[in-house]
Design a protein around this ligand. Structure first.
Ligand code: ATP
Length: 302
């Protein structure tokens, strides 16, 4: 019986891991209930690891043909650079991330990595090269250690600990009575939004991807947490090609280029200073956020 039990148990663990991996990715992309649309081309090759230039080339896309979402979106993230996309809710920001991860294929134009159309790459190699820090990280009902090691299950304890340090989780973990063995998730310790995002950053650092997608949380964070996350994001982005889907302009200030998306069109682009000097939509969004921040601080002070 034991001979039967071991493989069955192994299959159970494997099944659980696969389910969880899918759940994580599907949830982070809001794909629950939708079907997969892409398949590997018969001639698909593996993406070589290393510095990656990401290019959106005249990309047009619609989930539903009667409602186009992106129109001739064209921008490039040179290897190691950071591009941030801002814009109103529904302007198509997260759709760009979904297309880069190839959950859907573009209908016009192409997404290219180092000049290669991603439709000509194997999905496994593409997804292995991309790390995502999602808006709302899914935590498994397991230990904190498991939740971080999940970024690269074969990573050693030292590697997991180094990733946690880089994401500035070590003090938090040291203060927990059960430390690394603390159970988190639905039935365990509930982490704050900022703590969850740090777990996600640690996971991603462990995966060590060439391309990083950071989908910023929409929920308001206090300015201290926001600054801490900013510092960790900067550390995670160093040396990687980074796409930030941004909701708070403070995150985008240091990006090499900022793209302002409006109903699927690029409305403005440039550095923070250039866009402020232009006095357009970005400058207005910036002024509005400064006002909101001042009002918030007044309220906390009162
Ligand atoms: P937010 O800032 O609120 O996250 P966003 O700019 O990231 O918004 P997207 O998530 O890219 O916006 O969505 C762009 C548009 O596409 C929205 O109008 C949305 O309703 C629509 N959309 C998103 N996902 C799907 C889907 N799976 N099927 C059909 N329409 C979708």
């Amino acid at each position: 019986l034991i001979q039967l039990y071991i493989p069955l148990n192994f299959l159970g663990v494997l099944y659980r891991e696969i389910r969880q991996a899918l759940t994580d990715i599907e949830r982070m992309f809001g794909l629950m209930g939708t079907h997969r649309e892409v398949a590997d081309a018969p001639t698909a090759g593996a993406l070589a690891r290393g510095p990656a230039e990401v290019r959106f080339e005249q990309v047009g896309f619609a989930y539903d043909p009667s409602r186009p979402i992106l129109h001739a979106v064209d921008f490039c993230i040179p290897a190691g650079a950071t591009v941030a996309v801002v814009g109103h809710s529904g302007s198509g920001k997260s759709t760009l991330a979904r297309l880069l991860f190839r959950f859907y294929d573009v209908q016009q134009g192409a997404v290219r990595i180092n000049g290669q159309d991603i439709r000509q790459l194997t999905q496994d190699s593409l997804r292995a090269a991309i790390g995502i820090v999602p808006q709302d990280t899914v935590l498994f009902n397991d230990t904190l250690f498991y939740n971080i090691q999940y970024g690269r299950p074969e990573a050693s304890r030292e590697e997991v600990e180094a990733a946690a340090r880089a994401a500035q989780l070590q003090d938090f973990i040291a203060r927990l009575p059960d430390g690394w063995q603390t159970r988190v998730g639905e039935r365990g310790l509930k982490l704050s939004g900022g703590e969850k995002q740090r777990v996600a950053i640690a996971r991603t650092l462990l995966k060590n991807p060439d391309i990083l997608i950071f989908d910023e949380a929409t929920s308001a964070l206090d300015s201290k947490t926001e600054k801490a996350i900013q510092a960790q994001l900067d550390a995670a982005a160093r040396g990687r090609t980074t796409l930030i889907i941004a909701h708070r302009l403070s995150t985008v200030m240091n990006a090499d280029e900022i793209i302002v998306l409006d109903q699927g069109h690029i409305l403005e682009r440039g550095s923070h200073a250039e866009l402020l000097a232009r006095g357009g939509a970005y400058a207005q969004m910036w002024a509005l956020q400064l006002e909101e921040r001042a009002a918030e601080e007044e309220q906390t002070a009162a």
